[in-house]
Design a protein around this ligand. Sequence first.
Ligand code: C2E
Ligand code: CA
Ligand code: CA
Length: 528
Amino acid sequence: MLHQIRLISSCGGLLAVVIALAVIVFGTDRLSEEVSERLSIPSEYAAALVSGSLVFAFAAPVAALVAQWQENRRLALRFGHFARHDSSTGLLNREGFTDALDALVCGDFLHRNGIGVVHVEMIGIQLVNDAYGHEAGDAVLQTVARDLAGVAGPGALLGRLAGAEFVVAFPIEKRHSKGYAQRHAHETGERLLAAIARPRVIDAHEFELSANMGVCAGPEGGETAAALLKNTHLALTAAKGAGPGAIRFFDRALETLVGERRAIERRVREAVATRSFELHFQPLYSNRERKLVGYEALLRLPSGGEGFISPAVFVPIAEELGLISKIGDWVIRSACAFAAEWPGDYSVAVNLSPAQFRDGSVSRVVREALAETGLAPRRLELEITEGLLMNDTQAVLNELNMLKELGVSIVMDDFGTGYSSLSYLWKFPFDKIKIDRSFMRGLDEKDSLVGDILLAIVSLSRSLHLRVTAEGVETQAQSEFLRELACDEVQGFLLGRPMPMTDVAASFQREEISRADRERHALGGMAH
Ligand code: C2E
Ligand code: CA
Ligand code: CA
């Protein structure tokens, strides 16, 4: 059709030039007379023919132009859709969302209304991709997109900014009381989070996802799409620091916090490049005799000035930067090398991050470290948290089984803090649990049930043939309570703080002296 129009229009174009020349030379009236004479037709027919030819000759190229423009527009819209939408979920992509949000907040919209923006970062999608492939990951994300749209309602704007990142914007009526916009935005964030957390079944696999969210309400939190998106991202960064499931609302103080976080990111990268991490070691004692039984290796990042940045702060950041596997490999190798030099049979415990299981290299690194250092596998304990088993993929269980086959012990750390610590005890045959230190604090509270709960945990562990360590022992009262309990080991500031490597050697000497003292006393007692 377009081709035919072009053909007609090019003939029409030529005719237009000829007729235009004739009109210039003769004038319209003269040309009509000429046509009337030559074709022997009445003059009014000739006049109509001349003006009709004129219209046709000029209209044909115009029609082609219009058709071409319409065709271009159709193509542009089609390509524009792909360029501005995410092909997997059909939501707007970053560019499309930014433009749409800008269009929404332009004019005096923000003077009459408020706007809420929620930046969502999904947690757990990487595990789905790793275990079941990207198609499964995409299918899960499509269900998430539908759920978000369902919660946000028909007036909302939805976008997918990156792999596991979504953004939702929704208008908020301004007539309400002060602080309403913030509350409304925050509540919407909570409803979105609840929708994300619902269990999903894809291809007979069940997934539980979580997310972090940054929330911001305009115009206070920004008057343009760029400002609103920057500030929700700042809030999201702060939420990520607070752990899975956290929602943070943007406020100006966050700008400082995020600056500090950037500084830690730089320190982590520098420390990886210059190998300037350190390991400190905290002693573990047997509960009954209070004899040293081993040490837990705890990672330290020199702050650049005095002291260290806490691993509770920088380990999650290193995980996000994708650097924890590299750092964790170094921890395993260094702790094994150091422990191999210790006298006797003391154990060494190493903390592992879930990210170290993701690339499936942890059992290889442990095997190599044991072979290189000659450390007896039964002396190595690997501490994991229930987060690793939350999406209990076969790959993780395989890695854990390979580690067990090497002869090392697997310990569940921070027992009792998660949502379902107990349920994980039958998913994998752990060797030991470490009761989280929050229980110790609970022991100090009046009329608390914590003592009974500890008793129950210890007797359950006995039936499951699990060893038990109580960590975070800070007071004499806690220590006394634990003595009554059939718990195997104790650890905490009361008994010994984490110390640098040089102090560990001295502690062995002290332990040797006190052992000799104990023996002397025992012999003395026998002599009497
Ligand atoms: P965690 O594995 O639960 O380690 C015990 C933490 O409790 C240590 O904090 C230790 O210093 C602290 N602690 C020990 N006794 C007491 C006490 O009596 N009272 C109190 N209030 N705290 C006590 P630290 O060294 O800051 O480590 C924090 C967390 O960082 C560790 O918790 C662990 O989850 C993580 N982490 C440490 N080193 C590594 C590592 O090499 N790799 C990985 N992935 N994570 C590590
Ligand atoms: Ca630990
Ligand atoms: Ca712990």
